[in-house]
Ligand binder design. Structure first.
Ligand code: UN1
Length: 517
């Protein structure tokens, strides 16, 4: 029995998902091929090899692009509700493979099995959402100023959509994009993170099966693999009207510039530096649950992770003690073991960044109230397990202004009114998620008002992470301004056309202009 078999049936999950052995990194539907160098994916859980994959070369990419472009010609003519039917079938396949895929996500990325399942659930939810949407891609009708004229708008698909996703949500973020893009009539090329390539292959296998079963062209779903250089094939490619990119602000700025230089559209979902404001009227128990899950869930590697607690001075000590006590209950270890709350960080570079943050906060005058540290010994052989840490800090510390993708929570104190807390919360360059814990209606409404949080997400009596797919997801400032998943985020995957039809025998001009011939 291999170590992986001992490891909560991961071998079986890999088999169900068809990702054993050497995988090809480029796929057009079920056709797998690649000629690039081999990327090995090691699990942060136990340091063992999850799988191998070949990188996509420029020549491979051209093949993918050709297939995608040609598939678009068929796909765009299929009525949207029929495309929705295909997405419904895809959602059902995800339901069948939920456990296996949740396990692979947990094993390759390191998040808890529960969170792995939750991620697959987000995929299923967005499929359901997209199925309904496929009958609701509405445009408006307007009243023309000219007699006998009709004016309306309609939405057409864009074409080939490029998706670049991050390691921390290795499957859900692709699904948010692709499920919507598909019902909108677009075809997709996906480059998953080079840190979680096997998750990409697993999803591609599931999607491709559905397209094959329906005799649809394979190019509707394409996969490419590699690092940022492979991402660049897409961001510089004028044949791709929209690039949706999730990841660091640094990466997003590069992609945005490349795409803008050719007047393409980009949808960016980048870094966060999310805070919970805790006012004197906060419910302490709810605050602790929200803050601890927000800070240590996914080992602090969500873009929505809680990084700052901005606490009123009158309850500061009480909250500090309650959160520190809660940290004592945390069990850190193999994320496939459901007794554990916190799994490993993605790799050793992430561990270094975590250590660096702890050093920096002390250098700047902060005080570690929960020390943290890297774990070693049995069960921690991968070297990626760290203890969640808490530091008392000041809002203007450089390190507090910076997003560290690790379980480091900063406690910040405010005095006076909620406006002071809101100022602190908005002082950072990122603008993804935010929350307030209060039972005071005035404070809550102030936080949500035009003078309140400047983030894309603002919650009351809920933490910063764990957004539902039904809302538009994304944020402002260094977070990139994009909106994905629910609400009317679908519009970004389509082009709007305004149509005016004259059903008279005259040709009156708009604005009352006379042009007599
Ligand atoms: C991300 O971290 O990139 O709101 C996405 C959440 C999840 C999605 C996070 N639903 O925490």
């Amino acid at each position: 029995m291999s170590n992986k078999e001992v490891n909560f049936g991961i071998d079986n999950a890999l088999k169900i998902l068809g990702v054993t052995g050497l995988n090809e990194g480029s796929s057009i539907g079920l056709t797998n091929f690649s000629s690039g160098e081999i990327i090995e994916s090691f699990s942060p859980v136990d340091g063992l090899l999850v799988g191998k994959i070949k990188q996509t070369t420029k020549a491979d990419y051209e093949k993918v692009m050709e297939a995608a472009t040609s598939a678009f010609k068929t796909w765009r003519t299929m009525p949207a509700p029929q495309r929705g039917e295909i997405v419904r079938q895809f959602g059902n396949k995800l339901r069948e493979k939920k456990e296996a895929l949740g396990k692979l996500v947990s094993y390759e990325m390191g998040k808890s099995y529960q969170e792995g399942l939750g991620e697959v659930q987000e995929m299923i939810d967005i499929c359901d959402f997209a199925v309904g949407l496929s009958r609701q891609l509405h445009g408006l009708t307007m009243h023309s100023e000219r007699p006998g004229h009709r004016m309306y708008e309609q939405y057409h698909p864009l074409g080939v959509v490029g998706i670049i996703s991050a390691f921390n949500f290795p499957v859900a973020v692709w699904a948010w994009n692709t499920a919507l893009a598909w019902v909108c009539g677009d075809v997709c090329i996906w480059k998953p993170s080079e840190k979680t390539p096997m998750c990409g292959v697993a999803c591609q296998n599931i999607a491709a099966e559905v397209f094959a079963e329906n005799n649809l062209p394979e190019g509707i779903s394409c996969l490419i693999n590699g690092d940022y250089k492979v991402g660049e094939f897409m961001s510089k490619d004028t044949r791709i009207p929209l690039i949706s990119a999730t990841g660091s602000t640094k990466m997003g700025k590069l992609v945005a510039q490349e795409v803008a230089a050719r007047l393409g559209k980009s949808l960016l979902e980048l870094g966060g530096n999310n805070a919970i404001i805790v006012t004197p009227d906060a419910d302490i128990k709810m605050t602790v649950i929200g803050a601890v899950f927000g800070a240590v869930g996914t080992a602090g590697q969500r873009c929505t992770s809680t990084r700052r607690l901005i606490i009123h001075e009158s309850i500061y000590d009480k909250i500090k003690t309650a959160v520190v006590d809660a940290y004592k209950q945390l069990r850190i270890g193999n994320p496939l073991d459901e007794n554990n709350h916190v799994g490993p960080l993605i790799d050793k570079d992430a561990v270094k960044m975590y250590q660096n943050a702890l050093e920096k906060v002390v250098e700047e005058g902060g005080n570690l109230v929960v020390e943290g540290g890297v774990l070693s010994g049995k069960g921690y052989e991968s070297g990626c397990y760290v203890k969640p840490a808490i530091a008392e800090a000041k809002p203007n510390f450089m390190i507090v202004q910076h997003e560290t993708f690790a379980p480091v929570l900063y406690l910040l104190k405010y005095s006076g009114t909620v406006e002071n807390a809101i100022d602190i919360q908005n002082e950072v360059t990122q603008g993804l998620s935010s929350a307030i814990m209060t039972n005071n209606l005035r404070e809550a409404e102030r936080f949500l008002s035009v003078q309140g949080s400047d983030c894309g997400i603002a919650n009351v009596n809920i933490g910063t992470s764990g957004a539902e797919i039904g809302g538009a997801f994304g944020g402002e400032k260094d977070t990139g301004g994009g909106r994905e998943s629910g609400s009317d985020a679908w519009k970004v995957y389509m082009r709007r056309q305004t149509n005016t039809i004259n059903y008279t025998t005259e040709l009156p001009l708009a604005q009352g202009i006379k042009f007599n011939l």
